[in-house]
Design a protein around this ligand. Structure first.
Ligand SMILES: [Zn+2]
Length: 321
């Protein structure tokens, strides 16, 4: 569905088949030059949906802005960028997006998860079924990197960049302070809590995330345009819920640790998850991966704030209260 959400701004819901997220919102700002914000996975269903929005709007050329490195946001960059298009991202995530092309990134990510207790046999050496890998773009992208506070103008909007690390190390939002519009990618979502997960260059992503929420909380925002789900009506109320969610998660992790020494994988197994599975064994492998990533983020936060200890046993981190 293509929806006009503000003057010159259109939201296209792009389907993500067989994915728990179900769809992604790609935004198109129409003007003298056009801007596409996020793309969908590199798969035909996404490409067709996005193309239909361009056809409907009568657009055949666009610049692109990618909020962050996940494949549901950048998978179709090569398909929608013309030779003369400018493709923006933060340097941190842009470099990771290009590193995702090829095997080394995924092998390093495998090793990272194994270090946090993810069993090698259980997907730890088999990330080709990871949706991020399967539906990734297949060629390097020639990005124009934006830094904190840079401005780009499209369709009458003067958009300033705001770095919001947490969901990914170089996640970036676009903000028009006059029109009070914020394109927030996956930094704030209405229906689900954004997944906070370890990445190659981020050791304490939850700390980064909470600080980034604090940064956004100070802005004057009337229209929040999220990358998944319907627009969030009250951003400030939603930020409070997200703080509370992570506080509860931190307490849950402490409770699960109890008196034992556990890996992040063991903690993830005992955490509560909103998923239609009877038990942990039934979780699809990619969901075990995301759950473990989330457990790691909370354990690392507790470790760096001195509330729990961490030690390496046979190359695997174990945490203890
Ligand atoms: Zn994401």
């Amino acid at each position: 569905m293509l929806t006009k959400v503000a003057e010159n701004i259109y939201r296209k819901t792009v389907p993500l088949p067989n994915n728990p997220l179900r769809e992604i919102n790609a935004y198109i700002i129409k003007g003298e030059k056009n801007l596409l914000i996020d793309t969908g996975f590199n798969r035909s269903e996404c490409k067709e949906a996005l193309q239909s929005a361009f056809d409907e709007l009568g657009i055949n050329k666009t610049d692109l802005f990618i909020t962050h490195l996940h494949s549901d946001h950048c998978g179709l960059v090569p398909d929608f960028a013309a030779k003369t298009s400018t493709i923006y991202s933060s340097e941190t995530d842009g470099e990771l997006i290009n590193f995702e092309v090829g095997n080394l990134y995924w092998r390093m990510l495998d090793d990272l998860f194994i270090k946090y207790g993810f069993p090698k046999a259980d997907f730890g050496r088999n990330t080709d079924i990871h949706p991020g890998r399967k539906y990734c773009h297949k060629e390097r992208v020639n990005f124009t990197y934006l830094s904190e506070g840079d401005s780009i103008s499209y369709g009458g909007y003067n958009l300033k960049t705001i770095l919001t690390p947490g969901h990914t190390p170089g996640h970036m939002c676009l903000y028009d302070s006059d029109k009070k519009v914020l394109f927030c990618g996956d930094h704030i979502l209405g229906t689900i809590t954004p997944n906070i997960c370890i990445e190659l260059s981020a050791e304490n992503p939850l700390k980064d995330y909470l600080e980034s929420l604090g940064k956004i909380e100070k802005l004057d925002v009337e229209l929040l345009l999220t990358a998944h789900g319907t627009p969030v009506k009250n951003m400030y109320g939603r930020i409070k819920e997200l703080y509370k969610h992570h506080e509860e998660r931190l307490n849950e992790v402490i409770h699960i640790l109890g008196k034992d020494e556990k890996t992040a994988y063991m903690v993830a197994r005992d955490m509560t998850w909103e998923i239609d599975c009877k038990n942990w064994e039934e979780f699809p492998a990619p969901q075990k991966w995301f759950a473990t990533g989330e457990a790691i983020a909370h354990l690392q936060y507790l470790y760096f704030s001195g509330r729990i200890t961490r030690k390496e046993i046979n190359g695997v981190y174990h945490y203890k209260l």
